[in-house]
Design a protein around this ligand. Sequence first.
Ligand code: ZN
Length: 129
Amino acid sequence: MIVEHVQTSVRKEATEITSIVEEHVKNIKSGIVVVYVPHTTAGVTINEAFDPSVVEDLLNELTRLVPYSSHYKHLEGNADAHIQASIIGSSVTIPVENGKLILGKWQGVFFVEFDGPRNRKFFIKIIEG
Ligand code: ZN
């Protein structure tokens, strides 16, 4: 199991981690890689990495759907972040062939922070076969 770290700088932020994941699979002939985020207010997703306004829209719309508010039962003040993290999810699985992630032309892997800034980690698990 590989551990990587992300330092986020604002409360809600998407950080592209495609190259970090790809670096770890470069010697894998065939298999899958699981990227897993062990946090309750951050997640991981795959979406367009070419136009940065796509992930900006994603964060803006998740904020509009689940606004920061005091009406939630969870009293820590970050209930919005918990809900947004569950919507995004905590893992992605990507096929690997000949040392490359099998991603579409425009796809990238993003660590998505909902309650930053924080020092975060994510796991990379490679299964060959
Ligand atoms: Zn909380």
